[in-house]
Design a protein around this ligand. Structure first.
Ligand SMILES: [Zn+2]
Length: 507
């Protein structure tokens, strides 16, 4: 039998620093996240490097900061091919009629008028000579260059409902088909880019792929390799339909109209905002999230949410901590998706910031609340980060798993650009929310996928970490820890890669 009393839950009021209390109150009472998310993702849209939307988004962010009394500016670092997406309409008009789900890839050449033509499948040839002999067959046709997926159901769905035997069978089928298709491409003797150009030079009217992202109805949307005719991505369901009809000799016909606008060579830039430090204005604490995106969706979780976290944290800090000891600087980077170009350029152009950096916090893996924070391979990071994190309320602090000394990022996102020169840059690692398969670089990366509770959680955490890093009487030493050996031998510190300051024409 139980004891005759009930334990009352103790509602211990956590004692927090008053500025931390104020940060939380401001985040909860005056959240701007939904408005910012709507204006950026729905009102402006995707932010492809070189597009006029990227400029529009930068102007918008600068206006937000100015409204909050924060200095902000655009800083050019190079140039890129300018391109604006127009409409894409893809209709199957034979053997029956269906409007297909698909879109042109970024930087796809514009069509002057709609073109109706039959489809042809990239042939499985013996070698590059045989490919050259087959090539004239593509004249006047849309060429299907992707493997038809044997199933449009993601693994988790098979695992839930399939028999053991059927799961094994579909896995085997898929891996064999993938390998066979890889060989089919390789036997042409051409790279993916050169293959697309060989097809258009031989008179193809368009090149069609389908890059499945292993989730229901989700495709990844990157850049075109063609220079004259459109490159389209068609959703798995519709692509597989076209493929099967082509293969069975029913000669499907497509009517396609894909328009876009070439803008010539345009500037690439970072968007920066700053709250000047009072005691140590030449020392910096940075917030960091790339501002650009791919354009299959609206870049809502890559990296709209990282952007919202940093903007909202800046707004909160300006409201409750307007006179920081160190200078607070936010980097909304350009062209991360083409190789961390904006942040690499910033590191090259601003040695005065990099060498006086107390800490940088970067977020770039989706909408989830932060659950991982490592010491990035710095010997003394543990003392500092533990102390800063300790200021957060337990419901935020306790969800973050720390690891020290951690590993220096060799790539992946913009913190790596700083790490490469030995500057203390940390990644705020978010919970997944099916990022990899469903939103990352996909046509489904849209406003509805944003988890605003988690984004708010991250804005509070970021503001607290930045506040604590500004206030800390000590600078974090940048001594590197001895790195434990990885699976492939001893770990070495990543080396700096130069920013690509001109691009977009080189496929
Ligand atoms: Zn990203």
């Amino acid at each position: 039998m139980g004891l005759g009393f009930i334990t009352m839950p103790v509602l211990a009021q956590e004692k927090l620093n008053p500025t931390v209390e104020a940060i939380i109150k401001e985040a909860n009472d005056n959240s701007q996240l939904k408005r910012l998310g709507h204006e950026l993702m729905d009102g402006i849209g995707p932010r492809l490097v070189g597009s006029s939307k990227m400029v529009q988004a930068s102007d918008w962010a600068i206006a937000q900061y100015k409204n909050w009394g924060i200095e902000a500016k655009r800083e050019n670092y190079g140039t890129w091919r300018g391109w604006d997406r127009g409409i894409t309409h893809i209709d199957m008009v034979a053997p029956w009629t269906k409007s297909l789900e698909g879109t042109q890839l970024a930087f796809s050449p514009s069509m002057k008028k709609p073109v109706t033509a039959e489809t042809i499948i990239l042939a499985d040839v013996a070698d590059s000579l045989a490919f050259q002999a087959w090539l004239p067959n593509v004249k006047g046709k849309y060429v299907l260059i992707a493997m038809p997926q044997p199933t449009g159901r993601p693994d988790y769905n098979w695992n839930e409902f399939g028999t053991k035997a059927s799961i094994e069978k579909i896995r085997k089928e898929r891996s064999e088909a993938t390998e066979a298709w890889r060989k089919r491409i390789s036997k042409t003797g051409l790279s993916a880019a050169k293959l697309a150009q060989a097809l258009e030079n031989a008179g193809a009217v368009g090149v069609i792929g389908s890059l499945w992202s292993n989730g229901f109805g989700v495709n990844k949307i990157f850049a075109a390799n063609t220079k004259k005719v459109p490159t389209l991505d068609i959703a798995l369901e519709d692509y597989a339909l076209l493929y099967r009809l082509t293969e069975s000799g029913q000669a499907p016909k497509l009517n396609v109209f894909a328009q876009s606008k070439e803008l010539g060579v345009v500037p690439t830039f970072n968007t920066l905002a700053e709250i000047k430090g009072t005691e140590k204005p030449n020392e910096y604490v940075m917030l960091s999230a790339h501002f650009d995106s791919w354009d299959g969706g609206t870049g809502a979780t890559d990296n709209g949410t990282g952007t919202l976290v940093m903007m909202e944290a800046m707004r909160i800090l300006k409201a409750v901590y307007p006179n920081p000891k160190r200078t607070i600087l936010v980097g909304h980077w350009g062209s991360e998706e083409q190789g961390l170009n904006g942040s690499r350029a910033f590191v090259e152009d601003h040695p005065e910031v990099v060498k006086n950096l107390q800490a940088l916090f970067n977020q770039d893996n989706g909408t989830g609340r932060v659950v991982n924070l490592g010491g990035a391979g710095f010997k003394y990071s543990k003392d500092f980060i533990t102390r800063w994190l300790a200021a957060a309320p337990s419901y935020i602090r306790d969800t973050v798993k720390t690891s020290f000394p951690g590993s220096p990022a060799g790539g992946g996102s913009d913190n790596a650009s700083f790490i490469a020169v030995g500057a203390p840059a940390f990644s705020l690692g978010a919970l997944g929310w099916s990022y990899g398969n469903y939103t990352w670089h996909t046509n489904r990366d849209t406003y509805d996928k944003i988890v605003f509770d988690d984004v708010k959680h991250n804005a509070i955490l970021t503001a607290i970490l930045v506040y604590m890093a500004c206030e800390d009487p000590e600078r974090m030493p940048t001594d590197k820890a001895e790195l434990p050996a990885g699976p492939r031998g001893p770990q070495t510190w990543p080396i700096q890669t130069k920013a690509k300051r001109a691009g977009g024409y080189d496929n």
